[in-house]
Design a protein around this ligand. Structure first.
Ligand code: SF4
Length: 352
């Protein structure tokens, strides 16, 4: 038998081409798309609005390489971390991060999805970076994380997820095609139908891909994982900075802004006595002024075997006031789920 094609790895156009080749009517392609990317179907048998004969012939020619929920941990703060086992037994994780109104009702429900199994970029503070890269995730392996977490959100909080961030395992722009295609599918009216504004894609600063992203006028907000605002410190914790340094980042971010007139977000993990001093804040404020932007300060989830540690509260306070004095728009993202290994890659590594 010739090799079967994995339909969950196709984008919308490719799926439609596949259906054309089989001589199927256009609406069949839409039905398939909905089963895969909205209903999270794991087999053709589930697709009850397709005739049994068609399901049989699809099963001969095609397959759905899905994922299975392998474990789920709930944190005291409401964060839920989910581990998925892929068809080749690799493990990835996605996290549901709820934010609550004062009365305890869920407000924003953000899911953080993975884009690769492992990662090649080796940031020293990152559990995933210690794994090395196994492979890219397919489009369906990405969308199904959001769909599975949405089911959990409905069960736990009675409400759909409101935001998606590509900040889990892997470097999203190192798997560029599947990442932007999956984001487009999650916004598709036949898919999850989320507004593009609610999907943020982050990168450690792959300059070529940022340029491409700008040229393609991708509608999803861009976040840069900065974590240090000068080359010396960034080189120490993010090897990518040795080939694409702060100046290169500046050039491409200015290009992005000239093209799209859209602000960027800088993600900044605050480490104790490494990047949390007044001088660091001054440098970060300068970066924040390249183009309109906001800065998310993230309190680090300590990782076993990593020397860097979460900054102390008093230093956080001083750091924030240094930034605010310089008119930087700043948000603090409190550490979430640190009782359940919610830092990127921690659970997958512990479970493999
Ligand atoms: S922080 Fe991101 S880019 Fe760096 S090693 Fe971890 S997953 Fe890779």
């Amino acid at each position: 038998m010739s090799q079967r094609i994995n339909l969950s790895a196709l984008n919308k156009q490719q799926l439609s081409d596949f259906c054309d080749e089989l001589g199927l009517k256009r609406y069949r392609s839409d039905q398939l798309f909905q089963w895969i990317h909205h209903k999270n179907a794991k087999s053709f048998d589930e697709m009850t609005n397709l005739p049994a004969m068609l399901r049989g012939s699809l099963a001969e020619k095609a397959e759905l390489k899905g994922s299975k929920r392998a474990a789920m941990n709930r944190s005291k703060d409401g964060t839920v971390k989910c581990l998925f086992r892929l068809h080749d037994d690799k493990l990835i994780e996605a996290v549901l991060i709820p934010e609550f109104f004062d009365d305890g009702v869920a407000d924003r429900l953000t899911v953080c999805v993975s884009s690769q199994v492992g990662c090649v970029f080796g940031c020293t503070f990152c559990a995933t970076g210690k794994m090395g890269l196994y492979r890219n995730l397919t489009i369906g392996e990405i969308t199904s994380q959001a769909l599975a977490i949405n089911t959990i959100a409905m069960e736990e909080y009675g409400k759909r997820i409101t935001n998606i961030v590509y900040m889990g395992m892997g470097e999203p722009f190192h798997n560029y095609g599947s990442v932007v295609d999956s984001a487009a599918i999650l916004c598709d009216p036949l898919g999850f139908n989320l507004s593009p504004k609610r999907i943020t894609i982050s990168t450690v600063g792959l300059t070529k891909q940022i340029r491409r992203y700008a040229d393609e006028e991708q509608p999803f907000p861009l976040a840069i994982s900065l974590h240090a605002a000068d080359d010396d410190k960034r080189n120490k914790i993010m090897p990518i900075n040795k080939s694409r340094n702060i100046e290169a980042l500046r050039e491409v971010i200015e290009y992005y802004y000239r093209k799209l007139r859209r602000p960027v977000t800088y993600e900044y993990l605050l480490f104790d006595r490494f990047n949390d001093g007044p001088d660091d804040a001054r440098k970060l404020a300068k970066v924040a002024q390249w183009v309109p932007s906001k800065v998310n300060i993230i309190m680090y989830n300590n990782v076993e075997g990593v020397m860097l540690e979460r900054a102390k509260e008093d230093r956080l306070g001083r750091f924030i006031s240094e930034l605010s004095r310089r008119d930087v728009r700043v948000m603090v993202r409190r550490s979430r789920g640190d009782d359940i290994d919610a830092g990127c890659g921690q659970l997958a590594i512990r479970s493999s």
